[in-house]
Design a protein around this ligand. Sequence first.
Ligand code: ADP
Length: 334
Amino acid sequence: MTSPQLDASAPVVEVGHLRKTYPAARRGGTPKTAVADVSFQVTRGEIFGILGPNGAGKTTTVECVAGLRHADGGSVRVLGQNPQADPALIREHVGIQLQEAALHDKITVREALDVFGSFYSARADSAELLDLLDLTAHRDQQFAKLSGGQKQRLSIALALVGKPQVAILDELTTGLDPAARRATWNLVERVRDSGVTVLLVTHFMDEAERLCDRLVVIDGGRVVAEGTPSALIEGLEGDRGVLLRFSDDGARGRAVNVLTALADHDDDVTGAIAVGDEIEVTGTRKVLFAVVQALAAADVVPDDVRTVERTLEDVFVQVTGREYRAEENEEVAA
Ligand code: ADP
């Protein structure tokens, strides 16, 4: 097979105004617009996330990127090639991890790597791949006997067996326990650090925040936010919060007096309310300074001080105006 000429300076993945509508499932039914307008660019060597609730259009998007699905509109380029025109152009360079690996129960880890590896002209070294994905000890184990985390790691190994430049990983920690999820996150970072660009599909906010160098948030088939997780969180409007805990009622009473007075006269402090044994103070970026100074001046010492964490979930709420429910199935406005 002749390998096409790839443009090394081109973005690894470039998607412009992608659009895909599925036909109605039955006569008289309504067609489903899964992707209404999605654009993004993936740079070499990054973990790029596509984050959004179930039904947002994430899988359809990456299937179009991999040339597994035909888009109705927009453009897709992978390493400068158009997989929509000819999926074979990029097949050797894109590894795709399927949501549920459909492997025969009896096939061993090593056999699976051999079978999948035979599809590619360039092949990753099996021993290195097993080592990268912590599967060396399980190489002779049958698929059915692997744990959920091991199956997931094998599916990543299979996506990497053809030495791809880009690996597409779709919902790779669904169904894993917290320890296995964290282990998988470390492995994905190892994959990126080995030089493979990762396109990560996830509906988990914490996963995207922890793992992605940059990401798009997709909702209802459209990009609603784009950037690095920290820039998106930094860009949040609205007040920041500080939580102070006092086990001593007297100290808490004095703190309430000090902090409500502070909210009245300090522009950096917008409010102070007592909730149970805690007081929540809201304000600008400088709210923590103001609170600490005021309490120190009054010699009131809290048992605990925490800032209220801001997350990608807050970003989603801000841009969409509604709570994030990962399992929701949004209707897309066509
Ligand atoms: P996500 O990966 O974000 O969960 P999908 O791309 O899988 O989103 O699906 C987007 C929407 O398109 C959903 O409403 C889904 O039900 C619908 N959809 C996905 N695949 C098909 C299909 N083959 N035929 C019809 N509708 C589909």
